[in-house]
Design a protein around this ligand. Structure first.
Ligand code: GLU
Length: 477
């Protein structure tokens, strides 16, 4: 999206990058080397559909190969262009470094309206796009590993994995060529919910630090916090659902393509999503809330937490001044433009930046990639051993209690939970939670330690660029 008077998305990311590097002491030339995008491959290919040849334009941009493989999703949208994929690839580099997933940054996109084509047609298009990228090693388990992004999901990833396997019949690690696959095709439990889950874990960690919440004029935990979410796609839906159902937050507005739904006493996220599934993705007639046609207006309503989870540039120079949320968590990539970021900071708004906030997706992608390379499900070896040890302890406690007539009784709920070994989903959630906590702490340390670091975004860039710089230095560059 290009907004009047604003830099492009890629320029906006570069400007945010430079705000951070001004405060860093990088060797001569290193700042430039880290910032620039290494390469962008553009492909135009034809697919025979509905009796004629349709030509599609696709991109795969590699921002940084300081670590390989490079990682990042493939987006299907009519808004896809070179500037956008390059901005998104850069964000992937910084994101991966911040959450310590051992990847460089990449991104891909296909200029297409996925709703225009049926499943069989989309499969033909996807396989053809994948073919073009695979033959140039732009999809490869050791070099470049895509994942879902806006407009793509498990289905497309399964097609890509299959296409790669067909073209590389002896590659034993073929499944690791793409992540976000369905579990039956080599995926991992918890990948679909991962980005939304990561947003929840990020907010929980934020509120664990009263001092940080106080900077946004907030206190306590997530219970009762009034939330506005923009975009009820995969990320927004899971984030809003978990926050409401598990943390007691109140979702007072949901913004979608056809306007916003508002209900001050809280919306039932699952119910809204079910409604949208039944009504072609539309909210308008939903009975348990007020519908506002100009959805963007709902971004400006008073609330505690605003979650833009749709696309880039939605908070920009035209509306930033009117945003009332004291805390914004960027579940989408680049939802706040450089200019809007300045305005919001001046107003005292705390922003939990995209490269951290939505890193749950790539974190669980990392687990999936490791699973594919190790050819074994997480927990398969340990789970029952863990259960056997817990059972030993429970039985010993019960024996002691009865031998010594102590009358101890372990609660049935405790016993059931304690005796359960960790399966793959539990391990994925544990790894994700740990990642989100650790990354937040590394950001806040810089935020609080250095007076000139005034916000979490600059702190995030400093941590991330610092790590990338170290990798370059140890490579002798
Ligand atoms: N597309 C997601 C992102 O922007 C996930 C990338 C991945 O898992 O590689 O972070």
């Amino acid at each position: 999206m290009s907004i009047a008077g604003e830099p492009s998305f890629r320029e906006s990311v570069d400007m945010m990058f430079k705000r951070a590097t001004q405060l860093m002491d990088l060797g001569p030339g290193l700042e430039e080397k880290i910032r620039v995008c290494n390469s962008t491959y553009t492909v135009r290919f034809g697919v025979r559909l509905r009796g004629k040849i349709e030509t599609f334009v696709g991109y795969r941009s590699v921002h940084s190969e300081h670590m390989e493989p490079v990682k990042g999703g493939i987006r299907y949208s009519l808004g896809v262009n070179q500037d956008e994929v390059e901005a998104l690839a850069a964000l992937m580099t910084y994101k991966c470094a911040l959450v310590e997933t051992p990847f460089g940054g990449s991104k891909g996109g296909l200029c297409i309206d996925p709703r225009k084509w049926d499943e069989h047609e989309l499969e033909q298009i996807t396989r053809r796009f994948a073919y073009e990228l695979i033959k140039r090693d732009l999809i490869n388990p050791a070099q470049n590993v895509p994942a879902p992004d806006m407009g793509t999901g498990e289905r497309e990833m399964a097609w890509i994995a299959d296409q790669y396997a067909r073209m590389n019949t002896t590659d034993i690690n073929a499944k690791a060529c793409v992540t976000g696959k369905p579990p039956h095709a080599g995926g991992i439990q918890g990948r679909v919910e991962a980005t939304g889950r990561g947003v929840q874990y990020a907010l929980r960690e934020f509120f664990r630090h009263g001092e940080d919440a106080a900077k946004a004029g907030l206190s306590g935990d997530l219970d009762g916090k009034r939330v506005i979410v923009q975009g009820l796609g995969n990320v927004g839906y899971h984030a809003a659902k978990f926050l409401a159902e598990e943390d007691g937050a109140k979702v007072i507005a949901i913004i979608e393509r056809d306007g916003a739904l508002v209900n001050d006493s809280g919306l039932d996220v699952e119910d809204v999503r079910q409604w949208m599934n039944r009504h072609g993705g539309l909210l308008a007639e939903y009975p348990k809330g007020q519908h506002i046609i100009d959805g963007a207006k709902a971004l400006e309503l008073p609330c505690d937490i605003l979650i833009p989870a749709a696309m880039e540039g939605v908070i920009n120079l035209s509306n930033a001044e009117r945003i009332q949320a004291p805390l914004i968590i960027e579940a989408a990539n680049g939802p706040i433009t450089f200019g809007a970021d300045e305005i919001l900071r001046r107003k005292g708004c705390v922003i939990i930046p995209d490269m951290y906030a939505n890193a749950g997706g790539v974190t669980v992608s990392y687990f999936e990639w490791v699973k594919n390379l190790s050819h074994i499900r997480f927990g398969r070896m340990q789970r029952r051993a863990e259960e056997a040890r817990s059972r030993l302890l429970v039985e010993e406690l019960e024996r002691l209690s009865s031998d010594q007539h102590l009358g101890w009784q372990l609660g049935p709920d405790f016993k059931q939970k304690f005796l359960q070994g960790s399966d793959e989903l539990a391990l994925v959630r544990s790894g994700l939670d740990d990642t989100m906590r650790t990354a937040y702490q590394s950001m806040r340390e810089v935020w609080h330690a250095r007076q000139e670091v005034q916000d979490l975004r600059v702190a995030a860039y400093i941590v991330s660029i610092g790590r990338i710089a170290k990798t370059y230095q140890s490579k002798g560059l």
